[in-house]
Design a protein around this ligand. Structure first.
Ligand SMILES: [Zn+2]
Length: 435
């Protein structure tokens, strides 16, 4: 059996786990009713009280909470504890207007570091690792979340933050760094800069584990990163509203991300009707935080589309596993009337051996119609002088995209390293369309 941070809990029999969830759910409903006027009003309107929750499926009678509810109660309206008890604030930058603000009590921070300890250990990290955290530190939950969880398992944490890439690589070599925390796109960029410095990440560095997160990453992109570094990478899932990283994460079998089900109760709903789907069906992920004190959430709509597998995993863990989300409904693009997830485009592009990991989707308007272009970096710039080969490659990519998306795209192949690089989340989509 694998190394586990909290083996008794992680391998708990399903029936015991569900009994624990039910007890915690009942307690939570009473807790938010007493401590958050917003929830008291919502629960009163729905006629739900803690003693009406008899079985887990009774959760369906509790109203959803949405991102708009968090924004409408900015900044502290959903906090269930006075600020005197809140010891940390985080916030996620909204694309528009005010950020969503979350608060943690001391117990919440303890819980959070335990959850991250679980997921990093499940991914294969241990107290032997020297981990460089190349996420940006700040209000963003990624860096500090990983930081305290990795310290908890006894790993040696090097908090370099993002950016300063050459120094990052120098420290990586000098310190003997064995694991890296970063966005997938930044991991790829660091490998590229290392090569420019005459350092081969596969041979000259000791990084063998990638804890990648905070932006979507197709399996093809992950394979590319593993190849560039000669490392093993796992995926994890979280969002600041729920706690940050630690909601779910892959074990080394990489067959779905194990939820920390004793603290998060997941459901899959039909995003249009709100009805709960049958087990195994795909739909929008909704999560209730069962034990958080500072910022508990009832049935939070994540907008992520996924499915959940409740079968026990080969690793020994009994906690359910979520599939890699097919994309956030927020990220979905509507191009020429067709719904497209950027991740679908990425899967096609990365599967073409001649292209690197860097690309940019550019949308515009011409004659009141959408235009759809993709700038893609070649791995080998000399191809740009071979016109017939170049044209063949353009046709090949356009054809693959058409097959998958049903859309025609204009493919622009460009020089290696000609597109902008990002130390955090990559900006892959440039939408210049008329509103
Ligand atoms: Zn597993």
């Amino acid at each position: 059996m694998e190394n586990m941070w909290q083996k008794d809990i992680e391998t708990m029999p399903r029936a015991d786990l569900e009994a624990l969830q039910l007890a915690r759910l009942k307690k939570l409903v009473g807790y938010v009713y007493d401590n958050v006027p917003f929830y008291k009003k919502r629960l009163d309107e729905a006629g739900v009280t803690a003693d009406k929750i008899k079985v887990l499926s009774d959760i369906q009678y509790i109203p959803f909470t949405t991102k708009a509810d968090i924004r409408d109660t900015y900044p502290y309206g959903l906090f269930a504890q006075p600020l005197k008890k809140i010891v940390r604030i985080h916030a996620s930058s909204g694309t528009t207007g005010k950020p969503t603000v979350v608060g943690y009590t001391k117990n919440d921070l303890d819980l959070w570091s335990d959850l991250v300890a679980r997921l990093t250990m499940a991914a294969g990290a241990s107290d032997d690792d020297i981990v460089q955290i190349a996420f940006g530190y700040g209000l963003f939950t990624g860096a500090l979340g990983l930081h305290y969880g990795l310290e908890k398992i006894g790993a040696t944490v090097v908090p370099t933050s993002s950016g300063n890439t050459e120094k990052q690589i120098m420290l990586m070599r000098d310190f003997g760094t064995t694991a890296i925390v970063s966005t997938p796109s930044y991991a790829l960029y660091i490998a590229e800069v290392a090569k420019d410095m005459g350092i081969d990440p596969r041979k000259d560095l000791k990084v063998k584990l990638g804890l990648l997160g905070s932006e979507g990453c197709s399996l093809e992109m992950r394979a590319k990163i593993e190849q560039a570094w000669d490392l093993f990478a796992t995926d994890n899932y979280g969002m600041s509203e729920l706690i940050g990283p630690g909601v779910s994460g892959e074990c080394t079998y990489r067959c779905g991300m194990h939820f920390a089900e004793d603290h998060f109760l997941p459901e899959i709903i039909d995003p249009d009707t709100g009805a709960v789907k049958n087990r195994g069906e795909s739909g929008e992920l909704v999560i209730t935080t069962l034990t958080k004190e500072g910022f508990p959430l009832l049935r939070y709509r994540t907008k992520d589309v996924t499915s959940i597998d409740y079968e026990k995993c080969e690793c020994g863990r009994t906690h359910a596993r979520m599939a890699k989300p097919t994309g956030r409904s927020d990220d979905m693009l509507k191009i020429k009337g067709v719904n497209v997830f950027p991740s679908q485009i990425e899967s096609v592009l990365i599967s073409v051996p001649e292209v690197g990991g860097h690309y940019q989707i550019v949308l515009g308007t011409k004659n009141y119609m959408d235009t759809f272009e993709i700038n893609i970096e070649l791995l080998d710039g000399s191809l740009l002088t071979k016109y017939s080969e170049l044209e063949n490659l353009q046709h090949k990519i356009a054809f693959k995209l058409k097959t998958v998306l049903g859309l025609d795209a204009k493919i622009n192949l460009c020089e290696p390293k000609s597109l902008e690089r990002f130390a955090g989340k990559a900006k892959r989509v440039i939408d210049n369309r008329d509103k």
